[in-house]
Design a protein around this ligand. Sequence first.
Ligand SMILES: Cc1cc2nc3c(=O)[nH]c(=O)nc-3n(C[C@H](O)[C@H](O)[C@H](O)COP(=O)(O)O)c2cc1C
Length: 359
Amino acid sequence: MIVTPNHSAYNILKDYEWNYAHVPSSKPHISKPAVEISGEWTYAGLPVRSPLAVAAGPLLNSEWIKFYAERSFDILTYKTVRRCSRVSYGLPNLVPIEAMRVQRPGASVRGIRQMTGSWAVSFGMPSREPKIWRDDLVTARQSLGAGQILSVSVVATPEEGDDLKTIGEDYASCARWAFESGADVVELNFSCPNVKTPDGMLYTQPTASRDVLYRVRDLVGDKPLLVKLGFVGEDALARNWVELSGGLVQGLVMTNCIGAKVQSPDGKDFFSGESRGIAGAAISEAVRKQVSTFQSLIHEHRSKVKTIAVGGVTEATDVSDYLKLGVEGVQTATAAMLNPSWAVSVKSELQKADGAQSV
Ligand SMILES: Cc1cc2nc3c(=O)[nH]c(=O)nc-3n(C[C@H](O)[C@H](O)[C@H](O)COP(=O)(O)O)c2cc1C
């Protein structure tokens, strides 16, 4: 049996449908409003109260968005939606793994009972049908306060034999629907190692990715767009992305989970031996290296595109290190799930550190 992490709002013993319907309803344990991080912040070019974001994943619907918005996260990403409904994979959806570093796809990791900071993620990007998520986005937007941003993650649902034009139109329609329903920003998910189908790997094909981005731009005009990338092992691919993204999108979000095979302590395979994405502390080093490479290339190319860091962000110092590196925003999925009040603590720690420096 897998043990639920303490304080987690999301119950990992229950499936996606259960969690969709059971949003924690407690009021935040904050006696006074959270301190804010000094500075002026933007996200995908829009002004925002802080650079702290919940990544695509933990926020399954508008009630989850409201719950985290009340806990001082200022950028709320609605979990990836599609042009059609798609059911989630069954349990387990989240398998805690032994503490280790996952530096690139293809590793083998050991599943354990107790969460120590990293887990394998297996949902398959479920989605409600568009009528439901579009109506729900209107509610989600209304629940946000001044200086908060609703970002919506979208993905295409290709069928056997679909060409790039069709895939591009799929992304474009989802993006347009999201904007029409109140999204401030759309995050195009070009990477997801948690699915068995090819919709998870578009980012590894830069030319195809560019064609898709042109289609989306054609349909949504100059609205703020981000692209979510996965693990980029080669500098050539990173260079391609920096060259193609400038002028087409506002930012690159990196990285998604890193794929690995998961075994139980007695040597049995989880997920029938298929790979699933690893999230949390295990991937922090690989992500930091990737963000750093992109920041250098962006500087070298004098590109206007921004980076948004995600993957293994746990401590306030992770956030400040990324901000020093020049990222526009910092997302977290795992840390936000384990501690829904994470943004309140991080803001307070960053503000203290800032105060100490200016003394
Ligand atoms: C429960 C869960 C669900 C996720 N679902 C999605 C998703 O629907 N779309 C997506 O782009 N990424 C998804 N992710 C990946 C996260 O957005 C993020 O890239 C990854 O978890 C690494 O960040 P972390 O180390 O802070 O968890 C999910 C992650 C988790 C933990």
